[in-house]
Design a protein. Sequence first.
Length: 425
Amino acid sequence: MSKSIKVVRGMHDIVPQQSPTWQHLEGCVRQVVQGYGYDEIRMPIVEKTALFVRTIGEVTDIVTKEMYTFEDRNGDSLTLRPEGTASCVRAGIENGLLYNQIQRLWYSGPMFRHERPQKGRYRQFHQTGVEVYGLGGPDIDAELIMMTARLWKLLGLERLELQINTLGAPVARAAHREKLIEYLEQHRDVLDEESVLRLEKNPLRILDSKNLAMQAMIEGAPQLLDYLDEESSQHFDSLKALLDGAGIEYRVNPRLVRGLDYYQKTVFEWVTTDLGAQGTVCAGGRYDGLVEKLGGKATPAIGFAMGMERLVALIEDRGLAVPGLAPHAYLVLVGDSAVAQGLLLAEQLRNALPRLRLRTHCGGGSFKNQMKKADKSGAQRVLILGEDEIAQQQVTVKHLRDGPPQASLSVDALVEYLKEQLLSH
Ligand code: HAM
């Protein structure tokens, strides 16, 4: 036997047992985003490397360490997308969607980051993202947060904490940055290796460090909130008032700075303590400067993305009910003549009942063996077509779980039976 080839480290299959949870989550997401009038956009998985370097930031972890970058056959440097915002802005500009327009968009799909794999952190993972262009006020910030809150409620995911912060306008950030670097320089002896590297390039991220030895120093660092420009400060106050009015609880976390460079003003994260270290299930913020930076006209923008694997894990861990996807019925075919007739019968039933999930037995075998397969399929009913049934133009219906004994029905009566018993809700 030849040696089997395994999946790439940090990547994973979503096996059939997990599909009902994924489909339920995706269905709820779709229902919510469409309920707010958002339009779907689909972007390629591969982009020019420069797109991510220019948007996410040259010195961020994603760009320096985590990108799947390769040379195309013509020599272009391409990268598997580590996130969706950059592609969405690129696509928006390129397709003329952003110029003097308001766009409310969403997308869903795989993203790639070469991180150290652990629970909730993968090298291929899935995000659903929402991005809004052309709206600069706090009302849309509130709408996005309300949208996510509605989704959690629909999914039955209680106990998620909303953390919000504001990073201010670029000018205010620059003033704070200068003071922060000055402060960090004075405490260089406490900084760990990674923080020393970040000192000049990305000092805000040092405030995000989980290193216990640095916490006291971080506590005393100049706070961005003290350097806020008037407009950002008012924007943040209005957002808080809108959230209060909507009854959405939040915690202002002055240390929330996010790992991507494009943010300004509002940033937010939904966090759980139930998933261990990788507890952020949804994160985003405002990125008013990015459209212009990528060659478009200056356009306010805000969005977020949720980690679908983390949400699936939460739904599973909390044992939340998910609609099943097992077949409603399994059609057993006994005898050679039943095969051709059975395939036609199945088509007839599907014509009459478009929502019916019917699995037809294929591959022959004894009645007993077919019944075993029917049971394993998780179906509620088994439909039996054998020589007797064919002679009498009937189909036998049996409960596979519990319920009344079997019945013999004409095809028309069977359609009514299935509609009433299995498809009425
Ligand atoms: P992000 O914080 O990098 O933001 O990722 C958003 C979410 O994706 C995270 O909160 C997490 O749930 C999930 N995620 C990230 N990395 C991984 C991973 N390696 N494995 C599993 N899940 C992961 C962004 O990507 C921004 N584009 C969000 C955004 C949209 N901001 C504005 N618009």
